[in-house]
Design a protein. Sequence first.
Length: 270
Amino acid sequence: MNRTNPIGIFDSGIGGLTVVKELEQILPNENLVYFGDTARVPYGSKSNEAVIEYSKQDAKFLLNKNVKMIVVACNTASSVALNDLRKSFDIPIVGMIEPGVKAAINKTKNGKIGVIGTHATINNKAYSKELLKQNKKLKVFEKACPLFVPLAEEGMIDHPATKLIAEEYLSELKKKKVDTLILGCTHYPILSKVIQEVMGNDVVLIDSGKAASSIVENYLQGRGLRNESHQIGKREYYVSDLPQKFKTIANTFLGKPINDLRKIDLEDLF
Ligand code: DGL
């Protein structure tokens, strides 16, 4: 494997750009290829079978771009499909769950950890299983917060409706006195301000994408695969559909405008 090959990142849509943002911070010189399956988003309300099938197609698309490793930026795909992906493809694959779990375990003091995510992520208990595998004594409380996805995409970041919904979703976790909360969905870092307000400043929020970026860095470093170029890496973005408002939403998620965006045909994935 060549160290100048790109890192491949995929997500169900554009939410994974929050993970690209973190990767860019920590590994600016790496070349990145991003695929967002915008034609088939959301994955969070789909069956496991569908998410596994789509994730394999997404990974195959990236492999054809000669990536040196794959980051599954989508928490839903990480929860449901990571094992299948690792069995199917002979390439390092980093998901969101293990990094998020490690970061949460490092931070918790009272051993009470909350996890929020899509229905699929929460129903599959990927985070709680991994947390309890690492430490049986932890108390884990999970809650699906599906409305956070459209709220983030609508840019309703400081909106009173978002605050109300956050209070409704998070009240149970607050009552359980979690001291650490895993943001187990690509979109939730966008809403971290309101989530922090509702949970209180004593609760540590864990951004799985940020945690995963450090794991990617360590992995590349450890295997001598880090791109040592002194230039900012190339970025290529691919999507399976170009929804209206794409550019505005992408801007919010990535923190800057997207260049080099290409739409592919969904058939190219099969
Ligand atoms: N990217 C998904 C996740 O992180 C959220 C959007 C979806 O449901 O596809 O779980």
